[in-house]
Write a protein that binds this ligand. Structure first.
Ligand code: PRP
Ligand code: ZN
Length: 310
């Protein structure tokens, strides 16, 4: 819990409404770097020092609170911050533990980074057939809320041991017979002699918000959101340029991935050829480029897009 009392107005109280939107980001850890990079790509410059709680944007009315990811939902629930970037796993766990307190938090946008899954794993010697194999067993986790709901829905009666971290050592130390923990590469499981058995949740980073009541803050939020959407769209888009025989124009347009209306331009000194430029709102893979080439395209160039505003 943030130890800032929301009711006391004080000049030093960073949560007093000073017309600046407050965002909570993970101070360090798996989401931290990418969260900062996203804001920077959205043209929001932050002072680099990260060892403090608060860091101010100098070209946008936004203050960044650097906190533990577990604390982000509380910062929003108490309106110290209005927005945050967090793994769905943490948001959903908090909601599972207290729907009342965290009901005001909404997921606004998936951000396509920080992907991981919450899975049940057992020592390799454990004979696991399905989730019912956990009946009467002890399971260690930092995700009691999500695990309890998952087991209950499936009628499995197991004992849950809550751990703050290092969940993967629980079976070796006989604290529990199985675990339920985050997996991304799977290395932690392997190096602890554990096997992933059931995935209970797929997760990635999301932008979350509370019910922003203040009109001025709402305007700032909308502006930030529109920039972040533009960044995500640009990240997923490519600019493609190629030369095409006029006769093959329709065939080539049909192959161009996720583009609505390409620009067609004459090529100096070539009556039979045109240049095509298009924004493709998806990745352009090698097989697509090869198909374009087979359809008659030449000089195919695919470049990343830095900014895009529709
Ligand atoms: C998570 C999880 C595992 C590890 C899995 O911990 O608890 O220990 O990541 O990742 P892997 O599959 O790539 O090996 P995290 O890094 O979030 O630290 P924490 O448990 O201290 O929060
Ligand atoms: Zn963590």
């Amino acid at each position: 819990m943030p130890n800032i009392n929301p009711t006391i107005p004080h000049p030093a109280n960073p949560m007093a409404n000073d017309g600046r939107l407050k965002i909570a980001l993970q101070k360090s850890g798996r989401l931290s770097e990418m969260s900062f990079r996203l804001l920077e790509k959205a043209g929001i410059s932050l002072t680099k020092s990260r060892d403090q709680l608060l860091c101010k944007a100098h070209n946008f009315p936004l203050d960044v609170f650097l906190v533990r990811d577990d604390d982000i939902p509380a910062f929003l629930a108490t309106n110290v911050c209005q927005v945050g970037i967090l793994g769905q796993n943490v948001l959903l766990e908090k909601k599972a533990l207290s729907a009342k307190k965290y009901g005001v938090l909404d997921e606004v946008l998936t951000l396509a980074f920080g992907r991981c899954r919450l899975s049940i794993a057992t020592p390799t010697g454990f004979s696991y057939e399905n989730i019912s194999s956990l009946n009467g067993k002890t399971i260690a986790t930092s995700y009691r809320g999500l695990l309890a709901a998952y087991l209950q829905e499936r009628g499995v009666d197991a004992e849950i041991v809550t751990m703050e971290g290092a969940v993967e050592v629980a079976p070796r130390t006989h604290l529990a017979e199985a675990i339920c923990d985050l997996v991304s590469t799977g290395n932690t499981l392997v190096s602890n002699g554990l096997k992933e058995q059931d995935t209970i949740l797929q997760s990635q980073a999301v932008l979350i918000k509370n019910r922003i009541k203040d009109q001025d803050l709402k305007v700032i939020y909308e502006k930030m959101l529109s920039r972040i959407r533009a960044v995500l769209r640009a990240d997923n888009s490519r600019y493609i340029m190629l030369n095409s025989p006029i006769a093959a124009l329709d065939a080539i347009k049909a192959v161009l991935p996720g583009s609505s209306s390409p620009t067609v331009m004459p090529l100096q000194g070539r009556e039979d050829m045109v240049a095509i430029h298009a924004v493709c709102e998806e990745e352009v893979f090698w097989p697509t480029m090869e198909e374009l080439q087979r359809s008659g395209a030449s000089s195919i160039l695919v470049v990343p897009i830095e900014k895009m505003l529709n």
